[in-house]
Design a protein around this ligand. Structure first.
Ligand SMILES: Cc1cc2nc3c(=O)[nH]c(=O)nc-3n(C[C@H](O)[C@H](O)[C@H](O)COP(=O)(O)OP(=O)(O)OC[C@H]3O[C@@H](n4cnc5c(N)ncnc54)[C@H](O)[C@@H]3O)c2cc1C
Length: 424
């Protein structure tokens, strides 16, 4: 949808914006986290969300300590803990032989080393925890079935047009934040902004009740409650518990051999699903069995943006996937969305007249962080999907390198406190 200019000359629209009123497009992870962070700072927040309900979208999420420390401050962590699981370790195994390659303790280690827990949960449980907290705050209003269609900013504020059922509403705020996800209208409306690009890979998602898992797969699992990743040529599979441990969430990432780089090619879901399962034909029996048990597998085409774009205009800013959609190899998209929200709220706690420069600084700080996380994701991609001699070398490194070196290698990522980084 193309952004249209809004006529600011009418008397109604010339109203002075409330300097404390922030408008957010999208009640996903980024939008809700930002709303809570702003509410803590005393702002009043209006969120418009185009969906009629916020439920069951997506699948499992790993929520690392850099995000859970912020969720704790937003009053959301305790609520999330009921529905989530704290895994004891992250384990890497060879997808063909089943051989164990790495066992990284993450349970107590996360709290002791990084000061916050490592959790796994369903995306809907995280979103519900954020939403319930947002609804309990008197300075946050969430309006569903409301699509932000246009906006017009000036040096003092922004006028936002919202489609609510068959009605068009106009709202004036001091700032508009686009937290409208990978398909962000606000981003695509900018002529010079990079669009999210299809990576030619698909994440297949499924979940299976713990008591329905095939025995051959159970035999492959390490002892305890863990996040387990199996590596293979051009593909990997990740499994971890969700829904208080009653279900196992699976994400299998493989090349889209049918459509190559065309994400919009028409597909027959049954054929595509068959082809996907064939990708794992030479993998360990336990994995082949779980692939068959896991139907339906839901495809999720993976998109990414090579360049972040946060600060759009004086009074318009993007966060979350709208600013920097990334591939899931570092399991950090939602964590980055939460960090963005937290840091943005910090940036705005100064005189509104200096917001443009504060937003430039915010953009600089977050661009640096996102670039580092994207590099880690690219490295994980190489490591997970390696084949031939590179896979052999990877396995040797994983087996031989002391575990504490791996743990230390996560300090910059999981030890990060987004509430303290406006100074860079
Ligand atoms: C396979 C896979 C696995 C992943 N695993 C992990 C993981 O383990 N850990 C992790 O941290 N991240 C993970 N991610 C990434 C994570 O899911 C996303 O980065 C995160 O959900 C982005 O949040 P967001 O709020 O920016 O966008 P979204 O969650 O997409 O929210 C955007 C919201 O905006 C609404 N909206 C859109 N347009 C408008 C409009 N015009 N007006 C009003 N509302 C609008 C949408 O309806 C939606 O509710 C994974 C992603 C994938 C694909």
């Amino acid at each position: 949808m193309k952004a249209a200019l809004i006529d600011l000359k009418t008397e109604r629209n010339r109203r002075i914006p409330n300097p404390d009123q922030i408008i957010i497009a999208g009640a996903g992870i980024a939008g809700l986290a930002l709303a809570l962070a702003l509410s803590e700072k005393g702002f009043s927040v209006q969120i418009f969300e185009k969906s009629a309900t916020l439920a069951e979208i997506g699948a499992g999420l790993q929520v690392s300590p850099n995000a859970t420390r912020l969720l704790a401050r937003l009053g959301v962590l305790e609520r999330l803990k009921y529905a989530s699981v704290e895994p004891q370790a992250i384990c890497l195994q060879d997808g063909t032989s089943g051989e164990k390659l790495l066992h990284l303790p993450i349970g107590n280690a996360a709290k002791e080393r990084w000061g916050a827990p490592y959790l796994v949960c369903h995306r809907a449980d995280l979103q519900n925890a954020l939403l319930t907290e947002a609804r309990s705050r008197s300075n946050i209003a969430v309006q569903l079935q409301s699509t932000v269609t246009h906006h017009k900013g000036d040096s003092e504020g922004v006028l936002v047009r919202v489609q609510y059922h068959d009605r068009i509403e106009e709202h004036r705020g001091a700032l508009l934040v686009g937290a409208d996800g990978v398909w962000s209208n606000m981003r695509t409306a900018m002529s010079d902004a990079e669009r999210a690009r299809y990576t030619g890979t698909i994440a297949w998602r499924s979940s299976i009740a713990v008591d329905q898992l095939p025995g051959s797969f159970n035999a492959l699992l390490p002892q305890g409650t863990n996040v387990v990743a199996w590596t293979g040529a051009n593909a990997h599979l990740i499994a971890y518990p969700i829904r208080s441990g009653q279900m196992i969430n699976f994400v299998a990432v493989a090349l889209d051999r049918q459509n190559g780089r065309r994400w919009d090619a028409p597909t027959n879901p049954e054929n595509v699903s068959q082809n996907f399962i064939r990708e794992f034909a030479s993998w360990h029996q336990g994995i082949r069995d779980v692939m068959r048990a896991g139907r339906p597998w839901t495809p999720w085409r993976l998109f990414e943006m090579k360049k972040c774009r946060f600060h759009v205009e004086d009074r318009v800013v993007l966060i979350g996937d709208a600013a920097h959609a990334m591939t899931p190899y570092a399991a950090q998209g939602a964590a980055m969305a939460i960090e963005d929200g937290f840091t943005l709220a910090e940036a705005l706690t100064i005189d509104a007249a200096t917001w443009p420069s504060a937003l430039d600084e915010f953009s600089k700080v977050r661009t640096k962080r996102i670039a580092a996380v994207a590099r880690r994701g690219a490295l994980n991609h190489l490591a997970y999907h390696a084949k031939g001699p590179i896979a052999l070398a990877r396995n040797i490194v994983l087996r031989k390198r002391p575990v504490d070196k791996f743990v230390k290698g996560f300090d910059w990522l999981y030890g990060f406190d987004a509430g303290k980084h406006m100074e860079g």
